[in-house]
Design a protein around this ligand. Structure first.
Ligand code: SF4
Length: 452
């Protein structure tokens, strides 16, 4: 394989620790021609709102946009599954010329009559922004006629980065919050934000907090329900996991309702335990909550510790490349991989901010490559140069790993098994070991950079 070069305009978004002064550029539009791994604004908002299972999700645009996010995610529901249907207004040439508002009105009306959702989200795609459909007024009209919240999501693909899509989703959620009262919600209560119930993860986390004696008012958005979100303003605390997607909402709730928030992660033993202890500390006036948290941590770790030690033996000294959506997840993964005896040689994210990258730099070893908004060639280059044995990423990173002849662990929304919580850490360790030590690599030799 010939040497892989980096585009000049991408150089400020890549940093190798120890080789140069740290001056990372991030939070900017993807470079045209770079073929970034990052998706569009619409996709960002769609993935955040997708798991709300009793809502109608209507994509106002060409059918291709809807196909892009249709039911490829592992977000489970304990009840309705309307979220798994991604409806589209299927805008065509005539609609682009004469406008798509009528089509949107009839599609919304018919879908609400057919499926009786608790609310509807209407996603604006690129073409809707260009032709100037007044999506807000159509939503308002249908909401009045049908008596349910109909929320426009201003997610035109061209108007920013995937992170702007998260913000558009947060703005839509914020309109729902506060619409329902529930005086039975007491002091020891919280909302889980940025947890999408992939493979049932929200159920695992909810169970821990409930064992501690805390009421979960809503999960946004895993196994989400419209009515729970409508009364989320009654909770005492917001616990934010996927900080890139949900900090915006937590900040808005803090300003309007005075609800404080903390950032946590449910991945890896250390961060999972901190997520329980930090909540217990918040409710420090009740020492029983901390006592119960300690019991959960002790029992859960004891139950998986022997198996983790055994897995560690086969992973000692192996090298991993981590490329994920949000930087906060990368922090947890670095800790979890180190616990398994592995070295992280590349760490990157699609949506990290300057503080995230500063922290990532502090956490990483000398020689680790830190990258923002990477493209496949960059990932391939550093995987080869750093001789990684594993890539951790999502659906778009999987083929890169397999083409390079190395292991892969899916840590994104498409996976079907839970990786959060203590049981999730064991699942993660087992998956990493299976992939890194698989005999299949004998038949798909690793790329070394010397082949042509
Ligand atoms: S970039 Fe625009 S056209 Fe492409 S999927 Fe996103 S919203 Fe649709």
């Amino acid at each position: 394989m010939a040497a892989i070069h980096i585009l000049q305009e991408r150089k400020s978004q890549i940093y190798e620790k120890g080789t140069e002064p740290f001056a990372m550029t991030c939070e900017k539009h993807s470079l045209a021609g770079s073929v970034s791994q990052r998706a569009c604004v619409f996709c960002g908002s769609r993935v955040v709102l997708y798991p709300i299972a009793d809502a109608l999700h209507l994509v106002h645009g060409p059918v291709g946009c809807a196909a892009y996010t249709w039911d490829i995610r592992g977000a489970l529901s304990s009840g309705p599954e309307l979220h798994r249907l991604s409806f589209s207004t299927d805008l065509r040439e005539k609609d682009v010329i004469f406008g798509g508002e009528k089509k949107l009105y009839y599609a919304l009306s018919e879908l609400i009559e057919t499926y009786s959702p608790k609310a509807a989200f209407v996603y604006s795609t690129c073409i809707v922004g260009i032709i100037g459909d007044d999506v807000g007024s159509v939503c308002k009209k249908v909401a009045e006629e049908k008596g349910i919240p109909v929320l426009p999501v201003h997610s035109e693909g061209f108007k920013g980065t995937k992170k702007d899509g998260y913000k558009a989703a947060c703005s839509a959620l914020f309109k729902l919050i506060g619409q329902k009262e529930d005086k039975s919600i007491g002091k020891y209560s919280l909302n889980i934000l940025g947890e999408f119930n992939i493979g049932g993860e929200a159920w695992i986390i909810k169970n821990y907090y409930e064992q501690m004696g805390i009421r979960i008012v809503s999960v946004m958005t895993g196994d989400g329900r419209v009515d729970e979100i409508r009364r989320a303003h009654r909770a005492s605390l917001n616990v934010v996991q996927c900080s890139g997607s949900m900090t915006h909402l937590a900040q808005m709730m803090k300003e309007k309702y005075g609800i404080p928030f903390i950032r946590v992660s449910y991945f890896g033993l250390e961060d999972m335990s901190d997520a329980l202890y930090d909540v217990a500390k918040h409710f420090g006036d009740n020492p029983e909550i901390m006592e119960r948290a300690r019991n959960i941590v002790r029992n859960e770790i004891n139950s998986i510790y022997p198996k983790l030690q055994e897995i560690r033996k086969s992973l000692q000294g192996k090298k991993a490349a981590v490329y994920v959506g949000g930087a906060f997840k990368a922090f947890s993964l670095i800790k979890a991989l180190r616990y398994l005896g592995m070295d992280v040689v590349l760490a990157g994210s699609q949506t990290g901010n300057p503080e995230d990258y500063e922290l990532l730099k502090e956490m990483c070893d000398e020689g680790t490559v830190i990258v923002d908004d990477a493209n496949p060639l960059e990932l391939s280059k550093y995987v080869i140069e750093k001789q990684a044995d594993l890539i951790i990423g999502g659906v778009k990173e999987r083929p890169i790993a397999y083409k390079m002849g190395i292991g892969f662990c899916d840590h994104n929304h498409e996976r079907k098994i839970p990786l959060a919580g203590y049981i999730g850490m064991l699942n993660f360790a087992e998956e990493v070991r299976r992939s890194v030590t698989s005999p299949v690599w004998k038949f798909a030799p690793r790329k070394t950079g010397r082949q042509r």
